[in-house]
Design a protein around this ligand. Structure first.
Ligand SMILES: [Zn+2]
Length: 461
């Protein structure tokens, strides 16, 4: 499909569906006698309704596929829309709908793939809550892309539940007073139900049984499941608010009840703990009493006496304890003294050990000497023998001296000694005389020699 190209298509010669017994047709609104007859099949009508209700916050749209026809009876043209394609890619706001290039491409592809025998006979878009008309923007789109004489524009307001077709008339776009919804004759029930919904008529009892959900009901259900709640304000919202309030009240009641139950539980547990504490206190008191009794018994065993006596006993015990301490101290000093003594003894023992060693050495040497003793004894015997010989010799000489010849010899010996002494004295006196003579001689010589120089000296003076 090429847009902007002015090419008038040759309408198809086909019998109008409202005059064909195979089809069932129901007028929507009231088509005028001079209007372009527009037939919309149930399938595209249903699709457009669902699409329009799928999002009522923005404008949605698509293209209408079908045939531009001429009725053989009378030759009047009419349009038969048998399919619709949703535009998937578009730039839209709440008040405008614009096909994008991607959108056109996709629609073209889809048409060629799914319905190559159908023509683009118009386009549709939604005006959520602002009524059925063509804005300047809509007219611009229609003039530029849907300029064929039988190409129509279908506008749906899914909020107000109104819809309308526009068609070319004398170069202007005008709304038709009504159109027909068509279906196979076997689908009459579903068709009438759809028409009732589109005209906001109550659906007759039994008519809808066995049929699928209406587009609006389905859209409402989808909206409920998928969308956040719209802003509060309407009577329905007030009802919802009241319901919410009731729910919150119920919740609060439940919470209060739970809190009360919890407090009761806490109170019961506190009571249990109090009882347990009381029991514990009783046990403690019993224990304390038992201890007191035990202490009393002990005291009785200790003496069963007056405090004064007890104190006296205590003091006695304390004294004996102090004595014991003193004894202990004395014992300690004794121990220390013993320790010193032990040290001294150890030193002494060491020195004794040394002496013992020395003695042992001496003994060893003595033992060595003892080995030499026999030899010594032999020598002693020898010496004694020689001494005896000497003694005998002396005795022999004495005996000789004791005889007359001995006396004589002895006298001669004494005489000889006397002579020897006399001769020695004579020699000594002759030596002394000689020395004196020499002395006196050498003394006279120097006296003469010294006298002559003295006379010369006096003469000279
Ligand atoms: Zn519009």
């Amino acid at each position: 499909m090429v847009f902007g190209e002015v090419r008038f298509r040759e309408p198809t010669r086909v019998r109008r569906p409202d005059r064909d017994p195979r089809f069932a047709c129901v007028a929507c609104q009231s088509p005028g006698p001079d209007d372009l007859p527009i037939f919309l099949d149930r399938a595209p009508a249903d699709l457009i309704e669902r699409h329009a209700l799928s999002d009522t916050s923005v404008e949605l749209g698509g293209v209408l596929l079908g045939k531009e026809c001429v009725d053989p009876d009378g030759g009047r043209p009419f349009v038969w829309i048998t399919q619709a394609l949703e535009a998937k890619h578009y730039a839209n706001t709440q008040a405008s709908f614009t096909y994008t290039h991607d959108s056109w491409e996709e629609i073209t592809r889809e048409r060629e793939r799914l319905h190559p025998d159908l023509d683009v006979v118009g386009w549709y878009h939604t005006h959520p809550s602002f009524g059925i008309f063509l804005s300047h923007h809509d007219l611009f789109i229609h003039q530029n892309f849907f300029s064929q004489p039988l190409q129509t524009a279908y506008v749906v307001d899914p909020i107000q539940g109104t819809r309308g077709f526009f068609r070319w008339l004398d170069g202007r776009m005008v709304q038709v007073a009504g159109f027909w919804l068509c279906a196979e004759r076997s689908e009459r029930v579903a068709l009438s139900r759809l028409v009732d919904q589109m005209e906001n008529l109550p659906v007759a009892a039994g008519v809808g049984s066995g049929a699928t959900l209406s587009p609006r009901l389905e859209a409402e259900l989808l909206k409920m499941m998928n969308r956040p709640a719209p802003p509060l304000g309407g009577p329905g919202d007030r009802l919802a608010l009241a319901a919410l309030g009731g729910l919150l009240g119920a919740l609060l009641l439940v919470l209060v009840a739970a809190a009360g139950f919890w407090l009761a539980r806490v109170d019961a547990r506190l009571a249990e703990q109090g009882a347990a504490l009381a029991a514990l206190k009783g046990d403690l008191e019993d224990s304390a009493n038992a201890r007191k009794v035990a202490a009393d018994l002990l005291l009785e065993k200790v003496g069963g006496e007056t405090p004064e006596l007890f104190v006296a006993r205590y003091e006695t015990l304390a004294r004996s304890r102090d004595d014991a301490r003193r004894q202990l101290a004395a014992q300690q000093s004794v121990n220390e003294a013993l320790g010193v003594r032990v040290k001294d003894l150890a030193t002494l023992s060491a020195s004794l050990q040394g002496e013992l060693e020395a003695a042992r050495k001496t003994l060893t040497s003595y033992e060595a000497d003892a080995k030499e003793a026999p030899k010594l004894r032999e020598r002693v015997v020898e010496l004694e023998r020689s001494a005896d010989e000497d003694r005998r010799e002396i005795q022999d000489q004495r005996a000789i001296l004791a005889t007359a010849e001995g006396i004589k010899a002895n006298e001669a010996h004494v005489e000889l000694g006397r002579y020897r002494l006399l001769s020695f004295a004579g020699a000594l006196s002759s030596l002394l005389l000689a020395l004196a003579a020499v002395f006196f001689y050498y003394r006279a010589l120097p006296a003469q020699a010294s006298r002559a120089p003295e006379a010369d000296a006096r003469r000279g003076a």
